[in-house]
Design a protein around this ligand. Structure first.
Ligand code: SF4
Length: 456
């Protein structure tokens, strides 16, 4: 087992060992790109079919992965990859990125998301080619059929059980078009992913501009589509409310400079924005996902009160949440008074939604992110540094389950598979056979390491 950039870390879990023992590192910049090619024929070797029949289990963990080499033959998306490489990807895949870049500019963004103009000015692709996405989903459907079970059935105890379609973008901005101009919204794309993997598909939003009518309409349509049926209960929605969004952050900065008027103005913009997001997505509040959990939940990251980081602490967020809820109440009341209510028809429904919002709102101080704007901004503060050191130590050194534990893998728009523990991100030598293979994409966050994980 050769994950070795932090000494003394041993994987005790047999399955983890089995997964990780194929790895070694190489200097990323020294590697020539896309050199893998095994020239497989489309024919599945008879000995593979015989072996599958012989083992006859419904879970990849029961198989000697080497003996399945060739099962992927002829599936376009896997061209050039060995079965052990595909297996590694299956065991770690957390997301297939469909869009890069974000307008929210949150200061705690672990992915260091770049704004859309950056993608344009640097000539970077910012969307997956629909055909690549379709080939990915169909490729796995075909593989599942050959196996006789779903390859993504939780392969290891710690394998991701969900799939994200994002990495450094907001889900409210995600949709794709095929070459005939047909649009696939988030529910359509999630359905394709769910059919290929059997996993819950995640949707995260930090909100959209209240004046952005196109996104507002897209979100209203999506919420309508999902809330009116159980067909999409494999999507888990999250609304991220936190003090790190760029608009609220401006309010904190103005306050720190004594500019009360502007501080108030930006705070109100953020409160209005998030009240509108909650209002629009309210019909999802009483729904359950396929694991019978609420289909809409909150991500509410915050710093602890004892850090004295004015504006970003637990108490600040609670005040912010209270204000958002008050605005939301007004929006519900407007609906009740209206002859044509959009979301809430009566007081009972209003109270139900408000109750659910309060129940679901739980803060989380795990801002588990290295080298973010937030960390850079606060690194002069002793309290923050001490706290931060502790967090890093827990995650990277003291706890063997977290340290160098690459649970999370993402496929970029060019087909390259990256691994991250959210403190460090590594490229791997696994590259899916995307049409967009080799095209330039934005760097995968500011914690990208100049080493490549090699999977044999
Ligand atoms: S944290 Fe999410 S919403 Fe905020 S900038 Fe990053 S990707 Fe965008």
């Amino acid at each position: 087992m050769n994950i070795n950039s932090i000494n003394g870390i041993q994987y005790s879990n047999l399955q983890n060992y089995k997964c990780n023992n194929r790895l070694h590192y190489a200097k990323y910049s020294a590697l020539t790109k896309d050199t893998l090619s095994f020239g497989q024929s489309a024919k599945i070797p008879p000995k593979v079919l015989k072996y599958l029949k012989q083992v006859n289990e419904k879970h990849l963990i029961f198989y000697d992965i080497e003996k399945l080499e060739g099962l992927q033959n002829g599936i376009e998306i896997f061209k050039g990859l060995s079965f052990p490489q595909i297996y590694y990807l299956i065991s770690k895949l957390n997301g297939v990125i469909t869009k890069r870049g974000c307008i929210n500019n949150c200061i705690h963004c672990f992915a260091d998301a770049k704004p859309p103009f950056y993608m344009k000015s640097h000539h970077l692709i910012d969307k997956i080619d629909f055909e690549d996405y379709e080939n990915f989903c169909n490729g796995f459907k075909e593989l599942n059929q050959r196996l006789g079970f779903t390859a993504f059935e939780q392969t290891f105890i710690d394998s991701p059980e969900t799939k994200a379609l994002f990495y450094d973008s907001d889900s409210s901005m995600i949709y794709l078009q095929d070459k005939n101009g047909k649009t696939y919204d988030y529910a359509d794309l999630s359905k394709m992913m769910h059919e290929a993997t059997g996993n819950l598909v995640l949707f995260d939003t930090a909100g959209w501009n209240i004046n952005d009518k196109i996104t507002q309409k897209r979100m209203e349509d999506l919420v309508n589509k999902v809330s009116n049926t159980d067909e999409y209960n494999f999507i888990q929605f999250f609304i991220s409310i936190n003090p790190f969004h760029s608009i609220y952050n401006k309010s904190v900065e103005f306050a720190a400079n004594g500019d009360k008027a502007n501080s108030k103005k930006f705070r109100e913009i953020y409160v209005d924005r998030m009240a509108n997001v909650l209002y629009t997505m309210s019909p999802l509040l009483p729904k359950k996902n396929s694991c019978k959990e609420p289909q809409l939940r909150f991500i509410a990251r915050v710093l602890p009160n004892n850090l004295y980081t004015s504006g970003y602490m637990y108490n600040d967020l609670l005040k912010l949440f209270k204000d958002i809820i008050n605005k939301l109440k007004n929006l519900y009341d407007n609906d009740i008074r209206s002859t044509n209510p959009k979301i809430v028809k009566n007081i009972w429904q209003k109270n139900k939604y408000l109750e659910l919002c309060s129940e679901l709102f739980k803060t989380d101080n795990n801002v588990s992110l290295s080298n973010t704007k937030l960390v850079n901004k606060l690194k002069e503060k002793d309290e923050f540094n001490n706290y931060w050191r502790k967090v890093i130590n827990i995650h990277l050194k003291d706890d063997p389950d977290n340290a160098k534990h690459f649970r999370f893998g993402f496929i970029d728009l060019d087909g390259r598979f990256y691994m991250t523990n959210y403190y460090e991100t590594y490229p791997t030598n696994i590259v899916l056979n995307y049409k967009n293979k080799g095209l330039p994409t934005a760097k995968m966050g500011s914690n990208l390491v100049d080493k490549m994980i090699m999977v044999d």
